[in-house]
Structure formats: structure tokens, C-alpha cells
Design a protein around this ligand. Structure first.
Ligand code: LLP
Length: 390
């Protein structure tokens, strides 16, 4: 059996939770806030997994109270907190154990997670994973349901997942041998990449699934183990290509530069770092189209910049038609890790999110208002009297 747990961190709104539920997926959340969104959307609680490498006591309490499907335990401190918090519980809480399989994926270092040198999970090689599972097995309030890993994100081949599967199934065998427990669930995380540029060629979901399942079965058979439920946690590969960001072109200027072709044209748009921090964080690249000029040849090379008070270059040297203020740029593949990573830098109002289905467009997140920008602010009484209003 294969269960898809949509990784909420990639794009989470209540409407999205409804879609995830409708598709029959589970939901993976990584904080109390994400769990709150899922619960508010009425997502079936037994189909929610909670992640986090530093869950607070409050988060664990909230998850226990909400009776979610799995808590994915990351570290020994968390085991101690769960021991205490589940004391006297009549019903056991199911947990998965987050492991680091020691796989170095081929992706940007900021989104690699499976390597041994990581803050995530229990190290498999040094015996921490086995020790964690042993401790969990001795806590009456907890039920050990299986193991979890996540190797990295935006992976354009299967290599690291295949290596991770080997390490995970070897661990499964050693859990059986040393502790006598079965892993009902093996969760291998998310990570399948998507097409940001034309030349990106990620495996299809089918190819990916087939190769993973093939490897899983080979390794299970080698150890003569039964078949666990295979869980996967894709985020990006589900939502990224479904998202397009629309910007309006504003000021356009051409400046002299040292290198060829001796000049650069900056096209500034009405957003930037605050709605898409990925170019600066991960050197991410995107395909840019001029939505209102799709029939014009894209023969100009320009650099699209944001409107923040710093050099927030969004897309360097992209080919577009001859643009004018008011034109609309459509940036492809912005469905994942854009809306959720947006900020209010320079007090920009975060953009609306519109869901399009069968020709119907519906707002699922309103554009932020000016009032919302100061909603959480307070002026202490000692400062309140001082302003000299005119
Ligand atoms: N499961 C776990 C435990 C994860 O940590 C992640 C992503 C996923 C699943 C989903 O991975 P995906 O299928 O989306 O690759 N902000 C970065 C990406 C960070 C990914 C963190 N973890 C970006 O914008 O590229």
C-alpha cells in the first residue's frame, strides 16, 4: 500500500487542505500553526502527521490533544517530553521515527536534509535510531509504527531515494532483529523535483514511484521482511507547477555594465523578495512569460527586479518581448514555497492567492490590507502620549 502525505509546508491554506482531502491524500504538517490550519479546515485528524526537529512541549500537547495520525519523533528530548505527556493515557499515540540515512542528495545545500551532518532525525549509523526506537517501545503511551526519512528537495533523479531506501530497510531489519518490532510504515519523505526551466527534466511521478517500489521490494525480500505501508511526502511535485505568479511591469531602465553586451535592462515589478525569496536563498531560476504579449517574439534579454529597498533581482537575463509599463509577467512554477515563504518586508502587502478550476477563478487568500500590516502592533503607554500630532 502506498499513502501520499501532502507536505503542507510547500503550500498550505484551508482551501488547499480541502483539495488534499478530496484527493484522498494525508497531510504532513511541520508546526502547531500548520496543524492549526489543517484542523480549522476540518481535515481528518487521523490522516495528519506532525514533523519538526524542535517541537515544543506546547506543540506536542496540541498534537496529542488533537489526536492526529502520527507524531514523527525527531530526537531524545522529544521522547522524554512524550513519555511525560502520555503518562496515564489509555490510548496509545502512534509515532514514526525520523532517521537520517546518511545520503547526500544532488541539490542545493540549503535544501539537503538526508546527509549524516544534519539537524534532522536520529542518525542511523551511530545507533541513535535504534536506541530511540528502543526507548519509544518502552513507553506505554506510545505505539511505534515505523520509520521516516527525507533526503532533500528539488531532486531531479532517483539516486538518493534509492540509497535512502536501502539504509531504511536495513534499519527495519535491524529493528526486527534487535528489538523484535515490525515497521508497519516506511515513510521516505518528499523531494521529487519539478520543471522550473525548460531544460529541467525530472522523472515523472510514475517513473519515480516504480523505481522506488522496485528497490523497496528487492531490499525487503533480501531481508525476508513483510511489506510495510509506503508513505511519501511530496510537496513541490504536487503544487509547484500549478502555481503562476502575476506581476505588473513598472519602471524599465537600461544601465551600462562592464561585461558584454555592455548594458543591462532592469524591468521592475510590483513584488519581489517578499513574495519570492527563492532566487536569493537558493539561486532559484524561473521561466518568465509576458502574459499579455504571448504572440510577440521573446527577443529581448532583461533582468527582472523586485521593488524592495535592496538588490532583489528576481530573474536574471530572461528572454521577453519588448516590454512596457503595465505589461503582465507570468512566472511559471511558483506554486510551492512561494506563498508560504512570503514576508512583509518593506511593509509590502502580501498578494492574494486565486484558485483557478475549469475556467473559474476564486480568491482563496485575500490580498493583505494596510490595516493588517499593523494589526499585531502595540504602542506602549509611555510612548503613546509623545507624538506631536498636527
Ligand atoms: N517531508 C519533509 C520531512 C520535508 O522536510 C520536506 C521538505 C518535504 C517532505 C517535502 O519536500 P518536497 O517534496 O517539497 O521537496 N523552502 C525550500 C524547500 C524546503 C524543503 C523542506 N522540506 C525551497 O523553497 O526550495
Amino acid at each position: 500500500k502506498n499513502v501520499i502525505c501532502f507536505a503542507g509546508k510547500s503550500f498550505l491554506t484551508m482551501a488547499m487542505c480541502k483539495i488534499v482531502e478530496e484527493e484522498g491524500y494525508n497531510l504532513d504538517v511541520a508546526s502547531m500553526g500548520e496543524l492549526f490550519v489543517g484542523l480549522k479546515a476540518g481535515f481528518p485528524r487521523k490522516r495528519i502527521n506532525l514533523h519538526g526537529n524542535n517541537k515544543s512541549r506546547e506543540e506536542l500537547q496540541f498534537a496529542l490533544k488533537s489526536k492526529i495520525g502520527h507524531i514523527v519523533v525527531d530526537n531524545f528530548l522529544e521522547i522524554e517530553m512524550l513519555r511525560e505527556l502520555t503518562l496515564g493515557h489509555k490510548k496509545q499515540t502512534s509515532v514514526l521515527v525520523r532517521c537520517s540515512p546518511g545520503v547526500d542528495p544532488h541539490t542545493h545545500k540549503a535544501i539537503s536534509t538526508g546527509q549524516a551532518d544534519t539537524k534532522f532525525g536520529f542518525n542511523i549509523k551511530d545507533g541513535s535510531a535504534l536506541e530511540g526506537i528502543r526507548q519509544i517501545s518502552e513507553i506505554p503511551g506510545l505505539h511505534f509504527d515505523g520509520i521516516h526519512c527525507h533526503v532533500g528537495s528539488q531532486l531531479l533523479d532517483n539516486d538518493s531515494h534509492l540509497t535512502a531506501i536501502d539504509a531504511m530497510i536495513d534499519l527495519m531489519a535491524s529493528v526486527k532483529k534487535n528489538i523484535g518490532l515490525d515497521c508497519a510504515v516506511v515513510n521516505i519523505g518528499g523531494g521529487l523535483g519539478v520543471r522550473y526551466l525548460e531544460e529541467h527534466n525530472p522523472p515523472s511521478a510514475e517513473e519515480f514511484a516504480e523505481s522506488l517500489v522496485g528497490q523497496l521490494i528487492t531490499r525487503l525480500d533480501k531481508h525476508v521482511l513483510g511489506r510495510p505501508v509506503l508513505q511519501q511526502e511530496p510537496g513541490r511535485s504536487i503544487v509547484a507547477e500549478a502555481g503562476t505568479t502575476l506581476y505588473t511591469v513598472g519602471s524599465i531602465k537600461t544601465v551600462p555594465i562592464k561585461e558584454a553586451p555592455k548594458k543591462r535592462t532592469y524591468v521592475s515589478v510590483d513584488g519581489g523578495l517578499s513574495d519570492n525569496p527563492r532566487p536569493q536563498l537558493y539561486e532559484a531560476e524561473y521561466s518568465v512569460l509576458a502574459a499579455n504579449r504571448m504572440n510577440d517574439a521573446a527577443e529581448k534579454v532583461v533582468t527582472v527586479a523586485g521593488k524592495h529597498c535592496e538588490t532583489d533581482t528576481l530573474f536574471r537575463d530572461v528572454k521577453v518581448p519588448d516590454l512596457a509599463p503595465g505589461d503582465i509577467l507570468a512566472v511559471q512554477t511558483t506554486g510551492a514555497y512561494n506563498h508560504v515563504m512570503a514576508s512583509n518586508y518593506n511593509k509590502l502587502q502580501r498578494p492574494a492567492v486565486v484558485l483557478v478550476n475549469n475556467g473559474r477563478a476564486e480568491v482563496i487568500v485575500e490580498r493583505e490590507t494596510l490595516a493588517e500590516i499593523i494589526k499585531r502592533e502595540r504602542i506602549p503607554a509611555r510612548l503613546a502620549g509623545k507624538s506631536k500630532r498636527k
